[in-house]
Design a binder for this molecule. Sequence first.
Ligand code: C2E
Ligand code: CA
Ligand code: CA
Length: 414
Amino acid sequence: MASPDSNKPYQPGEVYQPGEVIFQEGEPGDCAYIIEEGEVNLFMLVAGQSKLIAKLKAGHLLGEMCLIDHQLRSATAIAVAPTRLIVIPGQRFQEKIASCDQFIMLLVKVLLDRYREMRARLENISRIVDEDRLNQTLYAPNHYVSFQDESLALTTRQLEAENALREAFTQRQFELFYQPILALQDNALAGCEALIRWRHPVRGLVPPIEFIGLAEETGLIVPMGQWIIEQACAVWRQLEAEGIVLDFIGINLSSKQFEPLDFVDQTQALFIQQMMAPRHIKFEITESILMANPMQTVTILNDLKQLGCHIAIDDFGTGYSSFSYLHRFPIDTLKIDKSFVSTMLSNPKSFQIVKTLCLLARSIGLVVVAEGIESEEEHHALVEMGVDYGQGYYYAKPLPYEAFRQFIIAQQAG
Ligand code: C2E
Ligand code: CA
Ligand code: CA
């Protein structure tokens, strides 16, 4: 009899004849199987007797349980027709498990745990004749996987953080700040970048670095992203109503926002609803978004361009920095990352990188924004290089709406 879990490993294509054991209850398992062809019966020992518990056919999975919780095989699998199997090696299975959502993993573990405990109890019950002992067994405290277990505390904390974030969104605890962007040749205010903040009732102002990742993981970034665009448009209209018209407002996009197939339609509907001219919108996307799914991204960006929006590459120089995509994607603006700007006066290499990026951008008709300008010296160096726009604490930090409005008024007065 062939038994892949004991001495003789299963060879792909090998056929189990009716009656042959595929694996045996109680032995360790290092793989799972999919039945490619044939039939397999699963048996379990109940009160010392072998009982048929499942009849499996082509396409069914078997032997997966012990790989999830590293227990011994919980059943014996016997071919009942000539059977061919596809082996899923344990390591491959573990990789799949490791890459799945932690909560799903936890759920699988809990279900498996409950199943095993229930099975052990049923087995005990079938042997008990005395009623007191039967009750003791039925109502004995269980040892299920608990969300308070050390190893699961992380998942629990993650769930709490997710719930808090969703709740905060429902409670409207998010707001946009606006960081001015100036035309460097004449220091005139040209536009701004919208930057999200979480006004936490206890923690105060929480920066996006602490929650954008989680919002992306949970998919909350999709409704949140729509709200950001809506809010940015509303503020634009509010300023317009006061006679304040800037050239553009930058809005950051996450790759997850591109996943709903109707992202562009939804965005267009929003512009119409908010009476916003798309030519004032500059969507900021990072290099990693471009590279994650280039085919889909190029279509979406072309559609956004078609609406009239502008596209900026954010944090340029920190990612792949492949110049080829500057041609492939419909990009208007290159935002040089603050890590280059902040080191360019002390590090000649950074200085050369910034200079070269400016030349390159200009030669292919891109507008350049330098990010993270913090000093007058940096400002002057960038003006000399001919950089179009500047953004940084030197001019202004990201400001809440009213402070931003005052900044504009002061600029216009001066
Ligand atoms: P980012 O798009 O690169 O935004 C610029 C960040 O640099 C902002 O941090 C801004 O406050 C900061 N910054 C601006 N000038 C200076 C400066 O002179 N010196 C220094 N040290 N920092 C400066 P913030 O607001 O904390 O945002 C961090 C990141 O969070 C953003 O990086 C962006 O990736 C993400 N983010 C912010 N708002 C949104 C949003 O509405 N949607 C999405 N998807 N992501 C957002
Ligand atoms: Ca940005
Ligand atoms: Ca940036």
